[in-house]
Ligand binder design. Sequence first.
Ligand SMILES: [Zn+2]
Ligand SMILES: [Zn+2]
Length: 312
Amino acid sequence: MSKFLDVISSVIDVRGFLILCLVFVPLERLFALHKEQGIFRKWWWNDLTYVLFNGFFIRAGMVVLVAGAGVVGRLAVPDDVRTFVAGQPFWLQLVEALILADLGFYFAHRMFHSIPFLWKFHAIHHSIEEMDWLAGSRIHPIDQIVTKGISLLPLFALGFSTATVVTFSWIFFFHSTLLHANVRWNFGPLRWLIASPNYHHWHHANEPAAYNKNYAAQLPLLDKLFGTMHMPNGEEPAKLGVDDPVPKTYVAHLVYPFLPSKTPAQCAPEAEPVVEQGSASAPEASATTTQSTSEQTGAPSKTDAFEVSFAR
Ligand SMILES: [Zn+2]
Ligand SMILES: [Zn+2]
């Protein structure tokens, strides 16, 4: 059975899908935000395609990026610095990695909202109209590779330990899935510190006041710092999605950014920072668990890390 799963997992992410199912299906039944929304909501099967197959493309892209980051790191960062970074306590490296990676995510994400050509890739993720753990997987592979590449490059270049990168990637994987889940959590007083489903639901709101807000993936304070926070206290957005003519199916999504637009992309100009009355919100996510080297060697590898954090 294990051999069979290994073969299947080389093409599709069976393990990642099973883990997500076991965690998030019961969670959404217990804490549903929209109780009327069923497990098999509209277009669920298309988002399942993302969970199963998107990782294949993302892994291919990440192999190139991570190899490049390793070379750049060795050339641009002195060995003494890399040795110092890797020699810090694990918990300190993890905190630093969370901040550095989310800074990278914030600016990459903001770039995808600001440049019309890039927005066409990102509009696919924003075409989600019914939020749940499965919908969060709907990300164009190029969006995923570039955003996660920018986010993780400093960690590889600065020489963070393998255990740190792998742990960060698992945290990101589950956190980003939770952010899209159909749950009514806003994390109360912690909502300014840790991105919550409520925070990220607002990022997907199809309401002018919420356009180009809540870019961070894990640390809402970054949005507060850069004037892009939008988290009306205790409220959930009334409408999700985009007005762009985004198609509905996986293959059509893959080619959509390369086709001429019939209508201007709904890439909203950068808006003036708004003064918030309420609280925080949350980010983007994705990843697929894949068969990893650590399962064979017993030790985590950086390959595990990017496979975990990039596949979904
Ligand atoms: Zn976005
Ligand atoms: Zn999202």
